[in-house]
Unconditional design. Sequence first.
Lengths: 232, 232, 232, 232
Amino acid sequence: MLEELKRQVYEANMDLPKYGLVTFTWGNVSGIERESGCFVIKPSGVEYEKLRPEDMVVVDLEGNIVEGSLNPSSDTSTHLELYKAFPKIGAVVHTHSSWATSWAQAGRGIPCYGTTHADYMYGEIPCLRCLSEEEINGAYEMNTGRLITEYYIDKDYMAVPACLCKNHGPFAWGKNAKEAVHHSVVLEEVAKMAARCEQINPEVKPAPKELLDKHYMRKHGANSYYGQKSAK
Amino acid sequence: MLEELKRQVYEANMDLPKYGLVTFTWGNVSGIERESGCFVIKPSGVEYEKLRPEDMVVVDLEGNIVEGSLNPSSDTSTHLELYKAFPKIGAVVHTHSSWATSWAQAGRGIPCYGTTHADYMYGEIPCLRCLSEEEINGAYEMNTGRLITEYYIDKDYMAVPACLCKNHGPFAWGKNAKEAVHHSVVLEEVAKMAARCEQINPEVKPAPKELLDKHYMRKHGANSYYGQKSAK
Amino acid sequence: MLEELKRQVYEANMDLPKYGLVTFTWGNVSGIERESGCFVIKPSGVEYEKLRPEDMVVVDLEGNIVEGSLNPSSDTSTHLELYKAFPKIGAVVHTHSSWATSWAQAGRGIPCYGTTHADYMYGEIPCLRCLSEEEINGAYEMNTGRLITEYYIDKDYMAVPACLCKNHGPFAWGKNAKEAVHHSVVLEEVAKMAARCEQINPEVKPAPKELLDKHYMRKHGANSYYGQKSAK
Amino acid sequence: MLEELKRQVYEANMDLPKYGLVTFTWGNVSGIERESGCFVIKPSGVEYEKLRPEDMVVVDLEGNIVEGSLNPSSDTSTHLELYKAFPKIGAVVHTHSSWATSWAQAGRGIPCYGTTHADYMYGEIPCLRCLSEEEINGAYEMNTGRLITEYYIDKDYMAVPACLCKNHGPFAWGKNAKEAVHHSVVLEEVAKMAARCEQINPEVKPAPKELLDKHYMRKHGANSYYGQKSAK
C-alpha cells in the first residue's frame, strides 16, 4: 500500500545525506496520506546506503504499524503528534544537522537576520524548552511532539515550518516530503549564517518587519511573484 | 536571438553551484549586449539541474520581456538599474553565498585585510543600508538597484565591483559573465577570510594603502605584469 | 594469520579518510583477537592510497611483532596499554581529526550539550593532562596509554569510549573496528557542535542528567528500543 | 631540459587545488636543480585545468628565463631569493590558502598548540612584518623574499619550513616539491586548528617544549622511529 508515498518518502530520506544534513542514521523523514490516516516513515537505525523504498514502515495515527517488517523510527511518536495537530502538513523531517543542532544545544531560537530566512520562515525559528524529568521519563517522544504542537497552538505553523528542541535538534515540516526536506536545508543554512553574522557583528539586530513581510509575501502571499506560475 | 550570450549566461549561472555559491535557486546571473540594449537573465525559481541555455529570458532596458516563455528572475529590476547606471559592465551576479551574506546580515562592509582582496577590489567592499519601509513596499527590486547605483555615483564601480545589501546579500559585476562570477567567488573567499582574521585578531587593522595600490595595479594598471600578455 | 581481522582493520583504516578524519597518515586503527592475545595494526607512515590488507602488522600483548615486514604504527604501545586494561574492547582508533584535536589542544573536555552526544557517550568526553617531562622522555607512547587507563580505573570505559590527550589528539575504542571508527566520527561531530554551541551561547550549560540517561539507555540499556532487534 | 623536474613541479602545482589550497590561480610551486642552478616554476595566471608539464618556465638564479614561452609566476623573484639563501631547499610553495592567509592578515604567528604542528614544524610559524612603502614600491617580490631570508638568517629554516607574510599569505618550502606541498597542507591544517583552539579556550598556552622536542625528534632526529626505514 501507499507505494507512491513510500517512494517519495524514501527519496526524501535519501536527500538528507545528499544535502549533508545527516551522519550515519541521524535523521528521518515521514509523509502522510490524509485520506487513509496513515503515514510512511523510515525504519529505525537502518543505514542510508542500505535503505530501499520497500523498507518504509506504514503507521496509523494511533501509532499502530499497519505494514512493514522493520521497527519504525524511534521518533515515530513525535511525527505522529505533529500530524494530529497540524492538519495542513504532509511531511515531517527530523535531523541532527550540525548548525541547527548547535543552536538547539545553545538553547536559542534563530533570529531572522535577512531575506534568505524571510523567504521561507516568517520571523524567529523558536527553540523550545528541554522536557522536564517527568516528561523525559514518561512517553518521551510523544511529549516532544506535544511540546511542539502546544507551542504552535496560537501560531501559524505553516509560516514558521521548523523549530528546535533544546539539547536535542531540529524538526521541520511542509506540505509534502520534498518541501519538508527543503525547509530542513533552509534551516541549516540560516542557522549557519546567523551564527557567523553574530560573530561578525555581536550587536546585530534582526531584519526589520517590513523586509520580512515583503520577502515572505513575495514567495507566499496571494500576490506572490517569485518563480513560474505553472510551478506553484 | 543572442544565442552566444545566452550560452555564456547559462554557463555562468551553472558556475554558481559549481563554486558553492548557491543553494537551490538562490542566485542569478545576467549578461548584456550593449548594441541591442538587451540583457539575458536566468528565469525565476528554475532549479539548476533543469536549467537549459534556451530557458534564458531576454529583457530590454525598459524591463520588457523581448524573448522567452518563462518569467525572468524576480531580481531583474535590480540588474536593469545596474546596467543603466554602469555603462562599462557586461554582467551582474546576485547570490546568497554564505559568508558574504553573513556580512550583509551583520550590516558591515568587508575591510581589505590583504592582497587576496586587493588583487581584485580596491579597498572595502561596502555594505549599503537597508531600504526604508517606503522603498520596500514600493518598487522593491528597482529601489535595491538604485540604492547601489546612487552609492557609486561618485566612485569607480569597476575598482570595487561588488557590494552587500544589508539584511539581504551580495551583488557583483564585471565586464562579462565569467568575470562577474569570478568576482562573486573572490567576494565569498575574502568575506570568509576577513571574518576569520577578525576572530584571530580582534584588533586587526586594514592593509596599508601602498599595498592595496601595488596589488591592484599589479593586475589592473597600465603597467600590470600579472598573467600572460595574450590573455589580457 | 588473522586474515579476517586484518581485512576488518584494513577497512576501518580506510574509513578514516573516507569520513574526513585524517590528512596524510595521521591516524591508525587496530583490532584484537582476544583468544590469541594478538592485535593487528596499521604500519607506520604508509599512505592510505597505498595501504593493503596484507600490510597490517600483527603484534602480541608484550609488544613483539608476530607477523609483518613493516614497522607497526609508532602509537602501537598506546594501543597495547588500552587492550591490556580494557578487556571488553576489540579495537582502538587514534586520529588528529580537526575539531577533536582543537579541543585537545585547548586542554578542555567536551561537555555533553545534547542528545547527539548522549546517544553514544555518557557525559563529558575527558581531556587528560599533558604528560610530564619525564613521561615524555621515557616510554612516551606507553605512558600515553597508561595515562588513559589510569583515568578510567574507577570509570566505565564502555560508557565514554573516547578521550582527548592534551596538546595531542583523540583516542576512541569500541567492541570492534567498525564501532571504534563510528565513535571517532561521533566524537568529531560532537566536538564541532560543542564549539559552535559555545560560540552561539557562551553561557550554555550541559544537558540535564535525565536527558543523558534517557538517550544513552534508549540505545544501550537492557530496554533499548533504537534500531532493529536483529541488528543488535 | 629538466623534464623530470618539470613533471614533479607540474604535479605539485596540481596538488594545490586537490588539497583545497588554491582558488583559481592563487598559488604556485617551483623546484630547483642545484647543479644547473636553474629552477622550474608555474607560469603566471594560467588556470590549473589548462596547465601542462611543458608550460613550466625554467629560470636561472639571476632571474633570466632560460626556457619557456610563457611569463613565469609574478612571485618568481620571491622564490629566487629563497633558493639563494636556503641552500638545503629544493622547492618553494606560495598559496593564499584560507586559514593560513587569515592568520597572515591578522598579523599573528601560529603558536604550536600540539603534536600535529610539532611533528613538522619546531615551534611558532612566524608572521613577518608588512613591507615598508619603499619596499613595496621598489622590487616588491624580491623584497618579500629578502624579508623572509633575513628573518631566518640566525634560525634553522628546515626546522620551521613555512612562514606568513603580513597582509599577504603563506610561503612554505622543503627538500623537494612533494615535501613543500606537504608542508603547505600541514600549515593550513594547523592554522585551522589553532584558530579553533583559541576559540574553545582563549587562555590556551603553547605546548610545552619537551613535547615539541619529542615529536619533532620522533620524525626528524637521528633516532627517529616514525615510518619505514626504507622510506626515509
